[in-house]
Design a binder for this molecule. Sequence first.
Ligand SMILES: Nc1ncnc2c1ncn2[C@@H]1O[C@H](COP(=O)(O)OP(=O)(O)OP(=O)(O)O)[C@@H](O)[C@H]1O
Length: 308
Amino acid sequence: MEQPMAIELIGTLKQGRRKTIGPLHLQVPKGYIVALVGPNGSGKSTIMKMIQQTLRPDAGEIRWFGQTISEVMPVELRQQIAYVPEAPESEENHMTAERAAEFRSHWYPSWDEELFEALMDRFDVPRKERLNRMSKGERRKFEIAASLAARPKLLLLDEPSSGLDPFAWKGMIDELREFMAGEDMTILIATHVAEEVKRLADYIALVHHGQVLGMAEKDQLFSSWKEIWIRSGGCSPDDLPEGTILCVDGPSVTKLVVQEQHEGQLQRSLADKGLQVMQTRSLELDEILQLWIQGHPPAKPATEAAVV
Ligand SMILES: Nc1ncnc2c1ncn2[C@@H]1O[C@H](COP(=O)(O)OP(=O)(O)OP(=O)(O)O)[C@@H](O)[C@H]1O
């Protein structure tokens, strides 16, 4: 059976003055957390805004839960989506947290006041403070609490941890995991925080220069490459086995980076040459993304659930 999608971008394009974002192709499977990662200015926020319809694409298509919309998004659909933008919207600036929550409770039929109160307590957000007088972190915590209390089917989070202290950050991670325990919840999160990706994401989509380069399942992504250190001078870039893409010769060690499925082959080839492996490690997220941007995507799994 085909996997249902919460969001589909099909050749979606926004033409800016300086940059074009798109044509974008992305599928966000229902019931999962997809992390949008990529360098500054690559288009992550623009993707979020187009999904939220605060920004209209100039070309292409967006499908929300399989639905295409020709004009304005119907209220019933909008009420299923909550959005925490990178910078808070100004309309509620002069409201207290309490008043803004009341305003939102009328908008979202599934608003959960009990959850909102519990989150405000947990995050220690002042209820009677006007939103524009709150600290950056307090405002962020209010936005996260209110977005979760709306109990949306789709939650769009644009760099949600920006400004959060480590306790609030941990609280947010716990709450988002709790949120996902519900049925059919989907989160699209734009983030630069590797730990957030590790703890939350099911899939990771890489955005670069206004394109989605691809999407990979998290565990598969994190185990896609291995770095192997051997003593210098022991290998030449010309005789490296398949899947070995780098050979950095330092004064005393040579680092090889190899696709996980070819690691055994590389190890055997090194052993045949009498070369001893000094150290092996998995690559960090930033290193994996850098390789991907350089044209070395993670290897695809034998069976793909939802990869672009
Ligand atoms: N309304 C718009 N129409 C067209 N282009 C826009 C619009 N808003 C922003 N852009 C451009 O799109 C590019 C991508 O910006 P965007 O904010 O989406 O990047 P980002 O990946 O979220 O970056 P960051 O990681 O720094 O938050 C920028 O060069 C920006 O100038």
